[in-house]
Each structure stands twice: as structure tokens, then as C-alpha cells.
Design a protein around this ligand. Structure first.
Ligand code: HEC
Ligand code: HEC
Length: 452
């Protein structure tokens, strides 16, 4: 081979080899996910996982015993609830059939944010939970987590995922119910979470007095009935979520592990755009396609909000956790594993199509302005709730403030390029996540219904 030929050969070989591709693009491809990326090397104790699975789907953890974690994070709806904004305590049904209930326990308001998918949260890199990261690792604090509970947070939580599980049960509209309806709701209303008579103690008491649970806690933690706390329950639920909903066997994962035939040509083109020209990986970076940071991308705001801004109907995102107005309208960069399964999209489920939320990134200000707040959201209708859904979107100064906070530069992509990005999004689906029926128990120790 002449010098000239070998140089040409090298150039061709480089153009088609993945190493050369990552070197030539703006962002390197992530390294493949391995067991070591997860707590317990991805293998939490089976006894903890089984206990966690039952607790997760058991309404015993809610004040009025009418909602479980699984209601909003269900195996039938890709670990979410399939709604833009879900319905908490008092609602009836699952997925898109869920309504706001009736009678004394009727749901008071919509949940202000989209129920997050739970895929891969057993990975150690997910150090901040919720759309605003308000439950997060902080080694400087006595018990290693920062949260709304401050110094009342109990000790011995396994990780941030376990710390998160303490909170849904403390929120009246989510799980606790309304003041006057039950003792847990009364404690929640008084913001008495920790200590004797607090939300966590009252719930642990229900578990301590259920013989089937007592046996399961003994098996998982080697403790007696009197020693059961809600922290044990939280650790078990975290183990279940981590184990059941690990999802790192998508075609993209196979590709990263060396199977270069795992992606179609369209998916490869989409991957090159994602890590190259389209610059998606500047935020959706790392093994799980999130920089674990917070960004404002002018996502339209719908629903009841978080009690701030215009008529209290806005959601300031990360600012709610840090108190810094520089964090206004910033939300955690979502992981994109299984993203094709987890609609509606956005922190409030504002977009009902994956293409819609991707196109939003190309010109956020225009997309925000043109957003159709009546057509896009997927949620049960009730006149008093519907009345506030679009207030922020119809309020020009709020829309302008949200647009002004946007960090994304407008970008032109051809229709074919958007199609390629879509194909790449589909390459992030783990086939094992397509059917999660096996994670849903047919019965739970309390004997409460699991079918609604
Ligand atoms: C009424 C619906 C609802 C119920 C019930 C519910 N969740 Fe959620 N979950 C949500 C919503 C909405 C969010 C996002 C909230 C936010 O960002 O403020 C969320 C966020 C989470 C997250 C954070 C995910 C991430 O990527 O940061 C985890 C983990 C989680 N929930 C687990 C649980 C557990 C465990 C329970 C039961 C103890 C539970 N959820 C009960 C709706 C619900
Ligand atoms: C400036 C950082 C940034 C860049 C660059 C970026 N994103 Fe995002 N992306 C985000 C944030 C933050 C959200 C969530 C915003 C919210 O809900 O308010 C998001 C949401 C999404 C969602 C919805 C996910 C869900 O679970 O709801 C998809 C899909 C997505 N991005 C794909 C892309 C693609 C494709 C690109 C490249 C064209 C891209 N993103 C570029 C920050 C970014």
C-alpha cells in the first residue's frame, strides 16, 4: 500500500469507526452503563424488593387508604400515570381513565407537575429528586440529604431515592387527604411529619399492626414489629423501584456496549445529530442523558402551579428549592431513557407528542407563544379545575417572563433531521420496559383494592 493509499484508508476507517465519530462530534458518547453505576451493584436484597413492591401498590400508605405510589407510577403506564397532570387522593381509576372522584373525598386540585417516570433512579448519579431537585444528596448535612424536612429528616435512609419516598405521603392532595378526614391528614396539615404522632409514625403504626407486613419487614431487615419505621418502608420502596425499573438494555445501550449493528441508519443519523450539530448532549449528557442540572427552556405552564407568580398559578421550578431568582423556571434535565414511552412530556406534561416537545426545543419562545393550552393537555375535565388550567398561558407578562428565561438558542433542523432525532429517541427504549405487568401485585397485605 502506498503512503497515499494508506492515508486514504485511514481516513475512511476513521469516518466509519465509532471512536472517530465521537472524537469528531461536539460531545463524546457516554460510556456503557454497568452494574457499578447502581446502588448495591444493581442487586438490592430480594426481600427488600418484594416488600417494597407490595408497599408501593398498597393504599395503606395514604391517609384515606385510597391511593398508592403505584396509582401515579404504574407498571401499566410506563411508571407514570399517562396524564399531563395527575389526580391525587380522592381520584378514581388509573391512567387516562382516572377522574377526580366524588363525594366527601373528592380531589381538591390537580397535582401541579407531571408524575415523573421512575426508570434507572437506582443509579447513583441521580442525586437530586423531583423536577426541581428539592430532595438531594448533601454530604455536609448530618443525615446526608437536603429536603423540605430540614433537620427533621430521619436517619438511616439508604439513598436519595429512599429519601424521596418519605414525601408523597405528607402532601394532602397527593396521598394524605384533607384535614379532618383522618389522623394522617391532620398531622400532614399541621406539617407534623417526624416524631411520635407525625405522618411517618402514624403510617408505620399501620404496618406494625399488620401481621403479614411484620413478617415481611422481619425478613427484609431482621427487625421486630415495634422497630418498624417509615424509613424501612422507604428503603424497601427504593429497592423495588431501583430493581424493577432499571432500563439500560435499549438498542443504544447495545450499541455503546459494542454491538454496532444495534442501531438502524436513521437512528445512527439521529444519534450523530444529538451528540453533534443539534447540541442536545450539552444538557442531555452522561450515561443517562442528563447533566443532573437545571435549565429554563420556556416550557409552557399549565394547571394550578406551585403558589407563586401570577395569581399563585406559576411554577418557578428550581427557585422553589434554592430560593434564588436566578433559578426561576429552571427544571431538571430529564433522562431520556424510555422517553418514547413516558408521555405526556415536560415538567407539567404540556406536550402530548414526543415530536412536539422536541420541536419546542428548536424555537422555545415561538413554541411557547403558539402553545395550544386547550388541545394539548391530557387530564380529566372538571369545570373548577379547567378554569385555572390556562391562566398563566393566557397572561402575556408571564409568558414573556418564561420566554425571557429560556437558555436554548433557536436552531433550524430539516424535517428529515427531526425524524432522525425521533428515531434516535426510539432507540432509547429498553424492550424489557414495554411490558411491566409483572411488577404489579395481584393483592397486597392490607387487602385493599389494587385494581383502581
Ligand atoms: C398523586 C400522584 C403521585 C403519587 C401518589 C406519588 N407520586 Fe411520585 N411523583 C408524582 C409527581 C407529580 C412527581 C414530580 C413532583 C415534583 O417534581 O414536584 C413525582 C416524583 C417522584 C419521584 C422523583 C423522580 C425523579 O426523577 O426525580 C419518585 C422517585 C417518586 N415520585 C416516587 C413515589 C413514591 C415512592 C410514592 C409513594 C410513597 C409516590 N411517588 C407517590 C406523582 C405522584
Ligand atoms: C439547555 C439544555 C437542553 C438542551 C440543549 C436540550 N434539552 Fe431537552 N430538555 C431540557 C430540559 C430542562 C427539559 C425539561 C424542561 C421542562 O420540563 O420544563 C427537557 C426536556 C426534553 C424532553 C422531554 C422529556 C420528558 O421526559 O418530558 C425531550 C424529549 C428532550 N428534552 C429532548 C431533547 C433533544 C432531542 C434535544 C436536542 C435537539 C434537547 N432536548 C436539547 C434541557 C435541554
Amino acid at each position: 500500500m502506498t503512503m497515499k493509499h494508506s492515508a486514504l484508508f485511514m481516513a475512511l476507517a476513521m469516518a466509519f469507526s465509532p471512536a472517530a465519530f465521537s472524537a469528531a462530534s461536539a460531545h463524546a458518547l457516554p460510556k456503557p452503563v454497568t452494574d457499578a453505576d447502581y446502588y448495591d451493584n444493581g442487586k438490592p436484597s430480594e426481600a427488600k424488593v418484594e416488600l417494597g413492591r407490595l408497599l408501593y401498590y398498597d393504599k395503606i400508605t395514604s391517609g384515606n387508604k385510597n391511593i398508592s405510589c403505584g396509582t401515579c407510577h404504574h407498571g401499566h403506564t410506563a411508571t407514570g400515570d399517562a396524564l399531563s397532570l395527575g389526580v391525587g387522593a380522592g381520584g378514581r381509576g388509573l391512567g387516562v381513565t382516572r377522574d377526580t372522584g366524588s363525594g366527601e373525598y373528592i380531589a381538591k386540585a390537580r397535582i401541579p407537575r407531571n408524575a415523573q417516570p421512575i426508570f434507572n433512579l437506582g443509579a447513583k448519579s441521580f442525586t437530586a429528586m423531583f423536577h426541581d431537585g428539592r430532595v438531594e444528596n448533601d454530604a455536609s448535612l448530618p443525615y446526608h440529604f437536603r429536603s423540605e424536612a430540614g433537620d427533621k429528616l430521619p436517619p438511616n435512609l439508604d439513598n436519595a431515592l429512599a429519601a424521596q419516598a418519605l414525601f408523597p405521603v405528607t402532601v394532602p392532595n397527593t396521598m394524605a387527604g384533607q384535614k379532618g378526614q383522618n389522623p394522617v391528614a391532620n398531622a400532614a396539615d399541621a406539617k407534623k411529619w417526624a416524631g411520635p404522632g407525625g405522618v411517618w409514625d402514624l403510617l408505620a403504626d399501620r404496618l406494625r399492626t399488620n401481621p403479614e407486613y411484620v413478617a415481611l419487614f422481619k425478613k427484609a431487615f431482621n427487625i421486630e414489629a415495634s422497630e418498624i419505621t417509615f424509613v424501612h418502608a422507604a428503603n424497601a420502596m427504593a429497592a423495588f423501584q431501583a430493581k424493577a425499573w432499571r432500563a439500560d438494555n435499549s438498542p443504544f445501550d447495545s450499541y455503546l456496549r459494542g454491538d454496532k449493528s444495534a442501531l438502524s441508519r436513521g437512528q445512527l443519523r439521529g444519534m450523530r445529530l444529538f451528540y453533534g450539530k443539534a447540541n442536545c448532549a450539552s444538557c442531555h449528557s452522561g450515561k443517562f442523558q442528563t447533566d443532573s442540572s437545571f435549565h429554563a427552556i420556556a416550557m409552557p405552564q399549565i394547571g394550578p402551579g406551585k403558589g407563586v407568580g401570577y395569581k399563585g398559578l406559576e411554577d418557578f421550578g428550581r427557585e422553589g428549592a434554592t430560593g434564588s431568582c436566578r433559578d426561576r423556571y429552571k427544571f431538571r434535565t430529564p433522562t431520556l431513557r424510555n422517553v418514547a414511552l413516558t408521555g405526556p412530556w415536560g415538567h407539567d406534561g404540556a406536550f402530548n407528542s414526543l415530536e412536539g416537545v422536541i420541536r419546542h426545543h428548536l424555537d422555545p419562545a415561538a413554541s411557547l407563544k403558539n402553545y395550544n393550552c386547550k388541545a394539548q393537555p391530557v387530564m380529566p375535565s372538571r369545570p373548577d379545575l379547567d378554569a385555572v388550567d390556562c391562566e398563566v398561558q393566557n397572561h402575556a407578562p408571564s409568558v414573556m417572563a418564561i420566554a425571557n428565561a429560556n437558555e436554548l438558542k433557536p436552531m433550524k433542523l430539516s424535517k428529515r433531521e427531526v425524524d432522525d432525532l425521533m428515531q434516535f429517541m426510539h432507540a432509547l427504549t429498553d424492550p424489557n420496559s414495554l411490558d411491566l405487568r409483572a411488577d404489579v401485585p395481584q393483592r397486597v397485605p392490607s387487602g385493599l383494592a389494587v385494581w383502581e
